[in-house]
Structures are given as C-alpha cells and as structure tokens.
Design a protein around this ligand. Structure first.
Ligand SMILES: [Zn+2]
Length: 79
C-alpha cells in the first residue's frame, strides 16, 4: 500500500499529528530555554533602556542602572 492509498481520515490525520508533535517539541524547547534563563537571572534586576531599547541586567539592588550602550539611567522593569 502506498501512502496515497491510505483511507481518507488517516491521510488527513498524519500531517495533523506531525504538526502537533513538532509544535510540542518546539514548546518544550522554548519553555526549557526561557525557564533556564529565568533561573539564571534570580536575584538580578532587569532593565529596559528607554533611550535605545537595550535590555540588560544588574545584580546590584539599586532602583536605577545605567545603560551600557547609551548611558541613560533606567528603572528596573522586573526584580
Ligand atoms: Zn540605552
């Protein structure tokens, strides 16, 4: 039996299942990736520069930190 001779439901089901598998793998990959990033940033403040948009971290417990690209002082967006 060639793949084109499969009954119609299987013929449509196979691409759907493959897509689900790929999406699941991508989801696991990205959740693992971002989970690891979050864990490694514990105890650090995250800053987003209002001048150039650069995102950076600073592990000092200060309300403002200087952007290392353009030198503007920014407030922490997440602690
Ligand atoms: Zn900046």
């Amino acid at each position: 039996m060639t793949p084109l001779q499969l009954p119609l439901p299987e013929y449509y089901l196979l691409p759907l299942v493959l897509n689900l598998v790929v999406l699941t793998i991508c989801g696991l990959y990205y959740s693992h990736k971002f989970g690891g990033t979050k864990a490694s940033l514990t105890g650090q403040n995250i800053y987003r520069c209002s001048g150039c948009g650069h995102v950076y971290v600073d592990d000092r417990d200060v309300p403002l930190a200087r952007c290392n690209r353009c030198g503007i002082m920014n407030e922490a967006v997440k602690r």
